[in-house]
Each structure stands twice: as structure tokens, then as C-alpha cells.
Ligand binder design. Structure first.
Ligand code: GLV
Ligand code: MN
Ligand code: MN
Length: 412
């Protein structure tokens, strides 16, 4: 059977080009929402979309949407995409691979003049990683879960609002459209992503078909004690915020140890004044927590909040707890899994059904439409790090599975 295939060389070139934007001296990539690097990346992606035959729109959350008309253009759209923001000093593939493969798939369809019954849209979602404002802003906004005014009121660590940053990035909030997608407008959503774990690489399987995506939440805890002299303040007089934070770090580990399948991480501590001879007056820390079951996730959040309150009481600290995010686990649609499996089989590629321990915009899209995910192997399972890597063959194979999945969906 004739099989349409993407141009693998061109796909790798676009990955290489985008990876130069926001490149750090340490070797990784930092692209945070509406930063100069993000603005440059947005320009690059928008131009690539246009060159690939897509009409580009930006919505009020900053999502970039490239659209290809269908023969019956009023039919619900088939969508694919991912994100182009990164974690600090991150790798070249997390997010970018899904967006650029979607564009490459559209370009292949455009060049070959393949007719599509349904319209096709490729999306670059705003802030999936949550490093500057909050996780999943773009996909929560596009699906109508996050209201525009709530998104616009979000602030970064310097107190700058999302709205201000969006305007400073050259996006005029009033002229952007549309606001969000209704379930009736979207036929299906598929996201291609690197696995970010070791399973496919270890088992030498080129394609992962995702069954479910982990639910995740984030707490931001501000502990306030009293800054003081490290030499003259007796131990029993102290209100040491860093000591409290340490008790929380250890307590988090104890809590998840008792819960099968759950994970939790304190990945960021901001210590003030952060001087060797001063007792810490203030510490801000984050707790990222995850579970595959909604009930488990809620119970975990409750326990982590209780832990924080107990530590604050015990260590004579004030605690302010902000729930920064809470995204439910999502099951992928069996129909989408079967379309992805048919594509993989038709390309002669072995596959494995698996769960995702990483969060993805796809779990929000699953609230409004049939959603599915395709994984490709991550070399040694490394991700959220500069040396994130996937072989050429696997990058190309994943993009071909995406292309053939989109063709099936857009022409059924
Ligand atoms: C997204 O990258 C996540 O934190 O899982
Ligand atoms: Mn990602
Ligand atoms: Mn990520």
C-alpha cells in the first residue's frame, strides 16, 4: 500500500533551528512564556506554519494555531500539537518535537495535494511547563477550563501579570480570536511527544501508544520565620524558615513512600536572605505531586497541605499555601489508540501501550474530544535536561505515525 511519509531531513533541520533559540551557555535551552526567546520561537513557528500552507491565528491565551482547510470546512477539526516553552536549561525535543512534526505532517499533505475532508489544525500551546506563570495555560484556556480573566491575572515571580507580558510580547489581546473551542468543533486531538522515560529505549520499541496520563498538582508554599544573627540567637529562640522547609522536604518523601504509584518532588527552594551567617527569614518552595488516580491525587494533596501546616506549627513559622495547579489524570480514547495502532502497523512499526508519568496538554484536550498520544523513545530515558535525545530513525518514525493518524482521522 502507498504510504505518505514526512521529509525527515527537513523535520530534523527545523528541530535544530528551533533549538538554537534560547540556547544557554550551559548547553540547554530556556524558553519561558513571552520571554525574548519565546517571542523569537513564536515567530519561527508561525513562519514555518505559513510556509507549510497553514493559515495562522493566535488566540487570547497566546496559543498559535495553524489551520488547513478541509473539503468540508464546516466539519469539526482534527487537531495535533504540543508546546514550545521549556523548563530551565531543558532539551530540544520536549514539546518542540510534537509541534514541528505536526507542521511537517501538514507540509507533506500540502505539498502532495492530499485532499482532507475535515480541516486540520496544528497548535503550539502556551506555557505547558509552568515555569513562569502556571502549567497548561494554553490548553486549559483553549478548552474553556481556564477563564481569560483568571489567566490574565496570573503573575510571575516578579509580580508581572500574564496580560502585561502578553502585550509586551507584541500580542494585542483585543484583536486575538477565537476564545475557546467547543467539543462540537473538534473531532479529535493527537499529540506526538518523546517518552521522557526509559521504557521504549530499554525494550527497543519504536512507538508508544499512550493509555493514560498522570494527574498532577503543584503547591507553592511560603514559609515565614524571623531572620536573625547566626551566632547570637540561641537555638531555642529561632524561627528558621529553612529548617521548616527541610522538614517539609523529608515529610513529602515519607508521605509518598506510603502511597503506591504516587510521586512528589520539591524541586525549587528560594531562600531569603540566603547568606551563610543569617538565619533564614523566608523560604518559598514548590511541591509537584502526581498520581494516576483522581482519588489518590486529591488525598495526596490533602496530606501535603496537612504536612505543611503541621511543620509550620512545630517550627513556629507562618505558612501560606497556594494551589498553583491541579490537573486530573486522563484516559486516552480507545478509538484514538486504535487509529494510532493502525498507523504504526501500516508502517511496519512495533508498538507498546503505556502510561505517561509526564503531564501533557493532551490531558486537557481529552476533556473536550477524543484524545490520543504517540510516544517515541528517549535515549536513556533522559528529559528535562540538555542531553535529551532521540535517534533520527525514531524521530522520523513517530512523525510518520502522526501523519498517517491525521490522514485517517481527517478522511473518515
Ligand atoms: C511536564 O513536562 C511535566 O512536568 O510533566
Ligand atoms: Mn512536554
Ligand atoms: Mn516537560
Amino acid at each position: 500500500m502507498f504510504q505518505l511519509k514526512v521529509n525527515g531531513v527537513r523535520l530534523r533541520q527545523s528541530i535544530e533551528e528551533l533549538s538554537k533559540i534560547g540556547r544557554q551557555p550551559e548547553g540547554g535551552i530556556s524558553r519561558f512564556t513571552f520571554s525574548p526567546a519565546d517571542v523569537q520561537a513564536r515567530e519561527y513557528v508561525s513562519k514555518l506554519m505559513k510556509d507549510s500552507g497553514l493559515a495562522v491565528q493566535v488566540d487570547p491565551f497566546g496559543n498559535i494555531i495553524g489551520r488547513m482547510r478541509g473539503i468540508h470546512d464546516g466539519l469539526p477539526t482534527v487537531m495535533c500539537g504540543s508546546h514550545i516553552d521549556t523548563v530551565p536549561n531543558g532539551g530540544p525535543l520536549d514539546g518542540a518535537y510534537g509541534v514541528l512534526s505536526g507542521i511537517e505532517a501538514a507540509r507533506t499533505i500540502h505539498e502532495r495535494n492530499v485532499p482532507l475532508e475535515h480541516p486540520l489544525e496544528v497548535v503550539a500551546f502556551t506555557e505547558e511547563e509552568g515555569f513562569r506563570f502556571a502549567s497548561f495555560i494554553g490548553s486549559l484556556g483553549l478548552t474553556g477550563v481556564l477563564k481569560r480573566e483568571d489567566a490574565y491575572a496570573l503573575e510571575d515571580n516578579d509580580g508581572l501579570s500574564f496580560e502585561r507580558a502578553l502585550i509586551d510580547a507584541g500580542l494585542d489581546a483585543r484583536s486575538l480570536s477565537p476564545l475557546h473551542k467547543s467539543p462540537r468543533e473538534v473531532k479529535a486531538y493527537v499529540e506526538l511527544h518523546i517518552e521522557q522515560g526509559p521504557v521504549l529505549d530499554r525494550e527497543r520499541i519504536p512507538i508508544g501508544v499512550v493509555k493514560s496520563i498522570v494527574g498532577l498538582g503543584e503547591l507553592r508554599v511560603e514559609l515565614e520565620g524571623t531572620a536573625g544573627h547566626a551566632g547570637t540567637t540561641p537555638m531555642s529562640f529561632r524561627r528558621d524558615a529553612l529548617l521548616g522547609a527541610s522538614h517539609i522536604v523529608l515529610g513529602v518523601k515519607e508521605i509518598v513512600r506510603r502511597k503506591r504509584g504516587a510521586v512528589a518532588t520539591v524541586g525549587s527552594l528560594l531562600v531569603s536572605p540566603n547568606a551563610s551567617n543569617v538565619i533564614s527569614g523566608k523560604v518559598t518552595l514548590t511541591i509537584d505531586f502526581r498520581d494516576h488516580e483522581s482519588e489518590g491525587l486529591r488525598a495526596l494533596q490533602k496530606d501535603l497541605i496537612q504536612l505543611t501546616r503541621d511543620v509550620a506549627k512545630e517550627d513556629y513559622l507562618k505558612a501560606r499555601i497556594v494551589r498553583k495547579g491541579f490537573t486530573k489524570p486522563a484516559r486516552m480514547s480507545p478509538k484514538m489508540m486504535s487509529v494510532i495502532i493502525t498507523s504504526a502497523r501500516s508502517l511496519g512499526l512495533a508498538y507498546k501501550e503505556m502510561v505517561s508519568g509526564a503531564g501533557h496538554d493532551c490531558q486537557n484536550m481529552a476533556r473536550i474530544t477524543d484524545a490520543g498520544m504517540i510516544f517515541v523513545p528517549s535515549l536513556a530515558g533522559v528529559s528535562h535536561a540538555p542531553n535529551e535525545s532521540t535517534s533520527r530513525y525514531h524521530l522520523e518514525s513517530g512523525a510518520n505515525v502522526l501523519l498517517n493518524t491525521l490522514l485517517q482521522l481527517a478522511n473518515e
